[in-house]
Design a protein. Structure first.
Length: 94
């Protein structure tokens, strides 16, 4: 992950536990955007051990985009995230 931080095509942000309560505490989700939104509209994917949910309605997608924006705003910026990962790695022996 530390190496990925140096890749300009990857944006990695860490949301530390000490950031407190946050949006999306209900679980993970993935927003899938495609090159041609007319042929392939944006989809929100939620999956767990027992089910999968795909949401395509604009209102649903907008809600998850807003949630994602809130998560990014509360997370460490990309530089801070790389530094955080390096500190965590350095704290482990071996």
């Amino acid at each position: 992950m530390i190496e990925a931080c140096a890749n300009p095509s990857i944006v990695l942000q860490i949301l530390p536990f000490d950031a407190g309560a946050r949006a999306a505490m209900g679980g993970a989700f993935t927003i899938l955007d495609y090159d041609d939104p007319v042929l392939d509209p944006t989809v929100v994917y939620i999956g767990n051990d027992t089910s999968t949910l795909l949401m395509e309605k604009e209102s649903q997608v907008a809600r998850y985009r807003l949630t994602f924006d809130h998560l990014r705003a509360k997370a460490l910026d990309p530089d801070q995230s790389g530094e955080f990962l390096a500190r965590v790695a350095d704290s482990y022996p071996g």
